[in-house]
Design a protein around this ligand. Structure first.
Ligand code: UDP
Length: 194
């Protein structure tokens, strides 16, 4: 089920259903999934950037992150069930990963923030398997770096480079992986580390 808002098809579901019927099976079956959590800022950016628009449209799921999306859908007469915040999805993913032995790769933010975010995630979600981590100011298109991430075979790849950059990196590299839930998480590592 989806609802189009300004040419973007938003997944119309609840957090519970999304996790239980989409994300958990994707992890169990070692499949791939590209999630974009889109707020109005992201939707506006797609209007000015055709490539970014294609990237967002290529995602498996675009989640309505922001009351502006919910309101726009309602005004169109095609209401969306629930606002789903990217940061909430991230926490659910981390909790689920820790409970079920899935590994997570953390890409993005300043080195100190990235390191601290990983430490906090480990404290908050005991048993969490960290497949690897990298700050977001290295050359993330460098073949050696990409190979490191691919060879770590992470189940979940969180990319915190800010909108556009993070979705661009996922778009450009997801084909290299055999499995993985990929999600751009914006400034979430800065929040998690703080
Ligand atoms: N960032 C990064 N590399 C870059 C640009 C940004 O790692 O080349 C990080 C930055 O340190 C911050 C996050 O990306 O942690 C961007 O956060 P912001 O709140 O601007 O993103 P938004 O949530 O607005 O998309």
């Amino acid at each position: 089920r989806s609802v189009p808002v300004m040419d973007i098809d938003f997944t119309n579901t609840t957090m519970d259903v999304f996790l239980n019927e989409t994300i958990h099976p994707c992890l169990t079956q070692a499949q791939k999934c590209f999630i974009v959590t889109a707020n109005p800022e992201i939707v506006m950016a797609t209007r000015h950037n055709a490539r970014f628009k294609e990237t967002v449209q290529s995602a498996d799921h675009v989640l309505p992150d922001g009351i502006g999306i919910i309101n726009a859908a309602k005004m169109q007469g095609t209401p969306i069930d629930e606002r789903i915040c990217g940061v909430d999805v991230m926490h659910h993913l981390l909790a689920h990963a820790a409970e079920n032995g899935y590994s997570v790769f953390f890409i993005g933010a300043q080195e100190a923030s990235n390191k601290k975010a990983v430490e906090k995630a480990r404290e908050k979600y005991p048993g969490l398997i960290v497949a690897g981590r990298s700050h977001g100011y290295a050359d993330l298109y460098d073949e050696a770096f990409v190979r490191t991430v691919v060879e770590a075979k992470p189940d979940i790849i969180l990319v915190a480079l800010g909108m556009m950059k993070q979705e661009g990196w996922i778009r450009d590299h997801i084909d290299r992986f055999d499995k993985g839930v990929f999600m751009g998480v914006g400034g979430s590592f800065d929040v998690l580390s703080g």
